[in-house]
Design a protein around this ligand. Structure first.
Ligand code: GLU
Length: 292
């Protein structure tokens, strides 16, 4: 393991999306970020990533807060709600628009899936670039009738910033490869932002110095690193921890039964015991760490 010196004032965070209750994998991740801050006299923040209007539920926000409190996790300062910060993300998007690095995309999911040329990356179909070169007159005409998302012109952005690296406390120096993700969405049709833009802007605004999150988001960090370079934002240190898998060998999902913290609480599990187990890497029967 690579040892990385912590900045003098460490600020970590847990940033769940309220699309369901927390499962044991979330609890483990939150506890790691919490402990890292607490052991180093730092700050631990909670951010609710509720920009997905269709899937976020207020009852899950309340539930997540209850789940964390039950597990004995305390956070510093106000809970940040991304839905309260839409103008901040819109301003960041405007900046990228002024730099000529984003373009409106009128495609539907079905259009993208049907595109014969759509290659696949880790996050599904890579956008084939259909709307990248739409003439201005056509863009203007379509604004009138069709909702649009905003995508980054990744090749142009990468050409502008050049070679970028970021540091992972477990994996060392990583050469960012945002091109692999293609022209990702920075503002959705239903919100003036996307996960990538909002998380990057918020990590900087909240002065997060150490981002601890699952390995499934390692590719996202390449994109976040690029956005930091474009928007003159600082780059935190990262650590992408292993994911937990269930008895079927698959990643734990919000909908999987029996592994939600709320279910454990209802079953009479002692939270102090669970916390100690998680800290020692001991998981309930059938749940294990996937190391790859
Ligand atoms: N909201 C994301 C999730 O629940 C996590 C984002 C992050 O940690 O950057 O998967």
């Amino acid at each position: 393991m690579i040892s990385t010196t912590m900045p003098p004032h460490i600020v970590t965070r847990f940033a769940p999306s309220p699309t369901g209750r927390l499962h044991i994998g979330h609890g483990w991740s939150a506890l790691m970020a919490h402990d890292r801050a607490r052991k180093n006299g730092g700050v631990f923040r909670l951010r609710i990533e509720d920009i997905d209007g269709a899937r976020s539920r207020e009852e899950h926000v309340t539930g997540i807060i209850e789940d964390l409190a039950w597990l004995g996790i305390t956070w510093d300062g106000e809970v940040v709600r991304q839905s309260d910060r839409l103008p901040v993300y819109a301003a960041a998007l405007d900046r990228l628009k002024a730099m000529g690095l984003v373009y409106p995309c009128f495609c539907t999911r079905a259009d993208i899936a049907a595109s014969a040329s759509a290659p696949h990356g880790p996050e599904g179909a890579i956008y084939p670039g259909t709307c990248r070169a739409l003439p201005l007159a056509e863009q203007v005409a379509r604004f009138e009738t069709t909702p649009c998302a905003w995508r980054i012109d990744m090749a142009k952005a990468v050409a502008l910033v050049g070679r970028l690296t970021w540091e992972d406390a477990g994996h060392g120096t990583i050469l960012a490869d945002p091109l692999g993700a293609g022209d990702v969405v920075l503002a959705r049709k239903d919100a003036p932002t996307s996960y990538h833009l909002a998380a990057t802007v918020d990590d900087a605004a909240m002065k997060i110095s150490f981002v601890l999150r699952g390995r499934d988001l390692m590719g996202a960090t390449d994109i976040h690193r690029l956005l930091q370079a474009l928007l003159d934002l600082p780059t935190p240190l990262y650590r992408h921890h292993s994911l937990l898998i269930g008895p079927d060998g698959k990643r734990l999902a919000k909908r999987s039964g029996g592994i939600q913290l709320a279910e454990m609480r209802d079953a009479g599990v002692d939270p102090a015991r669970l916390r100690d187990d998680l800290r020692r890497g001991v998981f309930p029967v059938g749940i294990s760490v996937r190391d790859t």
